[in-house]
Design a protein around this ligand. Structure first.
Ligand code: GUN
Length: 286
C-alpha cells in the first residue's frame, strides 16, 4: 500500500483564487491589498522565497513592494523603514524575511511591525492571541498545514499528534493549533531522547526539524498522516524534506511531498493574511 499524496500546489491554487476574488472586490471599492517584503542580506534561499512571495502577490492581484538591503544595513535604519511602512495606508502587510544577519535582534525587529500588519503572525501580541485561543494572524506555515488537514478530512479531535521541531514560526504554533483542534500533542525537539518512541504511536506527525530525511519508515505507524515542512537541497541538486519520502510513503496513509506540499500553502496563507489585513483596514477606515 502506498500513501495518498497531498498536493499542496493544487490546494494552494484554491486559496489563491479566493484571495484574487476578494482582492478584486476590495480593489473595486478603492482599496487594493498591499504587502511589503523586506530582505536583508544575500542568503540565496531567502532570495528565492522572497521572489516566490512577490510573484504570488502579482498573480493574486495583491500590490507588493520589496526592499532589499545589504547585510551591513543597520537595525536603526530597518526599524525606521518598518515605522514608515506601518504608517503607509497602501501597505496592509509587512514581512521581514528571516533569518536576519546576526547583528539584528530578531524580536525587536518583529515587534516593530504593527500587530495589525503582522501577516507573518510572529509579533508577540499575535503569538499571545494564538496562545489564548483567540488568534488574529496565524503564522503562515502552521495555518497552511491546518488547511491541508481540513481538505484531507483528517479527524483531529482525540487524535494523537507529534510535532517535531519547536521553532517560534512553525513548531510551537503548530502544536497550539492542533491542541486547539482537540489533538493530544507531543512536541519533540533536539533534546528528545527517543524520538521514535513518540512517532511510532502517532496518528499524525508534522516534521519541522530542519534535518533532511530525519523521519524514516521504521518510525511511522501504518496509515499515519505525515506532513513534511522541511526543504533541503541534496548533494545531487534535488530537493528533499525532513521525511525519507520514498520509504515513508510505503507505510503512511497520507503524506505531503517536497516540493509541492506545504511550501505552496505557506505562500497561500500569507496572501490570505494580507487580504484579511486589508479587509479589516478598509472596514475600520477613519
Ligand atoms: N523564512 C523562512 N520562512 C519564513 C517565514 O514564514 N516568514 C519569514 N518572515 N521568514 C521566513
Amino acid at each position: 500500500m502506498s500513501a495518498t499524496l497531498t498536493n499542496g500546489t493544487l490546494l494552494s491554487k484554491t486559496v489563491r483564487a479566493e484571495v484574487a476574488r476578494r482582492a478584486a472586490q476590495l480593489a473595486a471599492q478603492g482599496c487594493r491589498p498591499g504587502l511589503a517584503v523586506i530582505l536583508v542580506g544575500d542568503d540565496p534561499a531567502s532570495s528565492i522565497y522572497v521572489r516566490n512571495k512577490i510573484n504570488a502577490c502579482q498573480e493574486s492581484g495583491v500590490h507588493s513592494i520589496c526592499d532589499r538591503y545589504p547585510a551591513t544595513f543597520t537595525e536603526a535604519r530597518l526599524l525606521a523603514r518598518i515605522d514608515a511602512l506601518n504608517q503607509d495606508p497602501t501597505i496592509h502587510g509587512i514581512l521581514v524575511q528571516l533569518p536576519l544577519p546576526s547583528h539584528f535582534n530578531r524580536r525587536t525587529v518583529i515587534n516593530a511591525i504593527s500587530p495589525d500588519k503582522d501577516v507573518d503572525g510572529l509579533h508577540t501580541m499575535n503569538a499571545g492571541a494564538l496562545m489564548s485561543g483567540a488568534p488574529r494572524f496565524l503564522p503562515c506555515t502552521p495555518a497552511g498545514v491546518m488547511r491541508m488537514l481540513a481538505a484531507m478530512h483528517i479527524p483531529l479531535e482525540g487524535s494523537q499528534a507529534v510535532v517535531i521541531g519547536c521553532s517560534e514560526s512553525v513548531g510551537k504554533p503548530m502544536a497550539l493549533l492542533l491542541l486547539e483542534a482537540g489533538a493530544t500533542v507531543a512536541v519533540c525537539h533536539r533534546q528528545t531522547r527517543d524520538l521514535a518512541l513518540y512517532t511510532r504511536s502517532a496518528e499524525l506527525i508534522v516534521v519541522a526539524a530542519g534535518h533532511p530525511k530525519l523521519l524514516t519508515a521504521e518510525m511511522v505507524k501504518p496509515d499515519a498522516v505525515v506532513i513534511d515542512v522541511g526543504i533541503h537541497r541534496t548533494a545531487d541538486g534535488k530537493l528533499c524534506g525532513d521525511v525519507d519520502f520514498d520509504a515513508v510513503r510505503k507505510v503512511a496513509g497520507f503524506i505531503t511531498p517536497v516540493p509541492g506540499g506545504v511550501g505552496p500553502m505557506t505562500i497561500g496563507m500569507l496572501l490570505m493574511n494580507t487580504l484579511q489585513a486589508a479587509e479589516y483596514a478598509f472596514k475600520t477606515r477613519p
